[in-house]
Design a protein. Structure first.
Length: 169
C-alpha cells in the first residue's frame, strides 16, 4: 500500500504545514485510541522535526514510542534490542539507508516496517516491494494515513501475509 500526501518534499519547510499536521480535535483523539490497538513503535528518521512530529502523532493515536533512531544502523540495533511492535523507517538516512536497514532487521526477525519518505521514486518502491514491505508513506502524510499504514502492516505481518524474513544481501 502506498499512502501519498498532497505534496512531495523531503522536509517540513513550511511551518504552517507542520502546524496543520499537529492539530487535532481531542474528542477524535479519544475515539481513535478506543477503536484501535496500541503498538510500541520505533521511529527511524534523521530529520529531527519529522521524527518529533511523528512521535507526537503516534502518541495522539494511542501508541507508545519505543525510541528514535537517527540513522539506519541505529534503527537495526534498536529494533533488535527493543523489540518494537512496528518500525516506521525513513528511506534516506545516513550510515545505512532505510531499505538496507529494513533488510538487516528482517534477516533477524519479522516485524512490521512502514517506510516513510519524501520521495516516491520507482527504484525505492521496487526495493520496498522486493523486501515484501506492505506500507509506504510519502511525506507529508496525515495522522489518518499513518494509522491506516500501521494497522495494515501489522495485520499483514501477523496474518502471515506477504511479509517474510529476508536473507542478508
Amino acid at each position: 500500500m502506498i499512502v501519498q500526501g498532497s505534496a512531495q518534499h523531503n522536509r517540513f519547510e513550511d511551518q504552517s504545514l507542520m502546524n496543520m499536521a499537529i492539530e487535532y480535535i481531542p474528542n477524535q483523539e479519544k475515539a481513535a485510541r478506543q477503536e484501535t490497538k496500541s503498538y510500541n513503535v520505533l521511529i527511524a528518521d534523521d530529520d529531527r522535526t519529522m521524527a518529533e512530529l511523528l512521535a507526537a502523532n503516534l502518541r495522539r493515536l494511542g501508541h507508545k514510542v519505543a525510541g528514535i533512531a537517527w540513522n539506519g544502523k541505529e534503527a537495526v540495533d534498536m529494533t533488535l534490542r527493543l523489540h518494537p511492535d512496528v518500525v516506521i523507517m525513513d528511506i534516506y538516512m545516513p550510515v545505512l539507508d532505510g531499505l538496507q536497514a529494513a533488510r538487516d532487521i528482517l534477516s533477524h526477525r519479522v516485524v512490521p516496517i512502514v517506510l516513510s519518505t519524501g520521495m516516491s521514486d520507482p527504484k525505492s518502491l521496487d526495493r520496498a516491494v522486493d523486501l515484501h514491505l506492505v506500507a509506504y508513506l510519502v511525506k507529508p502524510f496525515s495522522p489518518a494515513q499513518l494509522k491506516v499504514a500501521i494497522h495494515l502492516a501489522v495485520a499483514q505481518t501477523q496474518g502471515g501475509g506477504s511479509v517474510a524474513p529476508v536473507t542478508p544481501a
